[in-house]
Design a binder for this molecule. Structure first.
Ligand SMILES: [Zn+2]
Length: 342
């Protein structure tokens, strides 16, 4: 099937007109067709009436969305250009060595947590993450120092590993110290927590984000508590096999009120760079609807990744355009993607 991608980095000298296009604004499809003008790397008009095109480039019809956002990647296992060509304009990277995490990865808007904070010998330091993907802390004082260092380097979020199956885990006092130090620097904390016990530990510590949909079916009371706390869940369903208990957790957490962000955990086997249409299909089912699935991959993921994931007058011209969007599979067909400012 055709996969034609135009990579255009909009500069102050270029203008674009989308005429008679359907617009998804990051939450909803706007009614009817719109004329959208881009200039100076920003969206400058979204009108019902025709704008006389003055631009060198025009697209007619089709569907225009904010650039898609993946809220869980390990970009060092792929490349920024491969991800961008797949319709993704912004990512949140949830695990990298320091030198990679706090570098520029144009054309993506790239924000990162840096290495996982973990116990000495804890996940992922004994497996795939042996070379700098984990930052081992042995005490609450170590934890505070680690968070301060990451914040000073430019971390957009703090990532903790709570993975009892793959080594020691942080004790409650150390986990509490991570969360309070992060919150004191206005940083959210995302936890790798796949089972009910790690999720309970994460919630008790005041973690803000579950970096994955948990794999082990969660008790109802725990789901309710996650919802009451407003914990955001990053989907990553396919990276962990997409089994029934994971999907049931995602649906239950969403129904309990947890915001759900699209994330692939790019870097795992079987996850290709760019938008993952099968993950979007899973989100459509779990969140009950296409608009909510697309919101997960735009405004909700954008809120975590430090990019708007929304389209309005004045927003950066991070845009993806499709000649048609009848099913999630169309998100990989004939993609054209722009970023207003890498
Ligand atoms: Zn990950």
């Amino acid at each position: 099937m055709p996969l034609v991608t135009r990579v255009v980095e909009v500069t102050t000298s270029s203008e674009l007109v989308f005429e008679g296009v359907r617009v998804f604004d990051g939450e909803h499809f706007l009614d009817g067709e719109r004329w959208v003008l881009v200039a100076g790397g920003r969206v400058t008009a979204i009108e019902h009436a025709a704008i006389v095109p003055t631009a060198a480039e025009t697209r007619s019809g089709g569907v225009l969305l904010p650039g898609l956002v993946d809220a869980h990647v390990h970009l060092s296992f792929s490349t920024a250009h491969a991800v961008f060509r797949g319709g993704i304009t912004s990512v949140l990277d949830l695990g990298e060595p320091l030198a990679y995490a706090f570098a520029d990865h144009a054309p993506l808007r790239f924000q990162a947590a840096g290495p996982f904070i973990t116990a000495p010998g804890g996940y992922p330091t004994r497996s795939w993450g042996a070379n700098g993907y984990g930052l081992e802390v042995a005490s609450a004082a170590d934890a505070r120092e680690a968070v301060a260092m990451l914040a000073d380097r430019g971390a957009a979020m703090i990532k903790v590993a709570i993975e009892p199956g793959q080594g020691p885990v942080l004790d409650a006092a150390t986990l509490d110290a991570v969360v309070s130090a992060a919150h004191a620097r206005s940083l959210k904390v995302a936890a790798h927590a796949l089972g009910a016990a790690p999720v309970r530990a994460a919630l008790e510590a005041g973690v803000d984000v579950l970096a994955h949909t948990p794999v082990e079916r969660l008790p109802d009371a725990l789901v309710k508590e996650a919802g009451a706390r407003g914990v955001t869940v990053i989907s990553t369903v396919r990276a962990f096999g997409g089994n029934a208990s994971t999907r049931a957790n995602l649906a239950a957490l969403a129904a309990a009120g947890c915001p759900v962000a699209y994330g692939t955990d790019l870097g795992n086997d079987g996850i290709a760079p760019g938008i993952d249409t099968a993950e979007i299909e899973i989100l459509e089912e779990a969140l009950v609807g296409r608009e909510r699935a697309l919101a997960a991959a735009t405004s909700v993921a954008g809120a975590l990744a430090g990019s708007s994931g929304r389209m309005s007058v004045g927003s950066p011209a991070d845009l993806v355009w499709y000649p048609r969007l009848d099913s999630p599979g169309d998100l990989r067909r004939d993609i054209q993607v722009w970023t207003g400012r890498p």
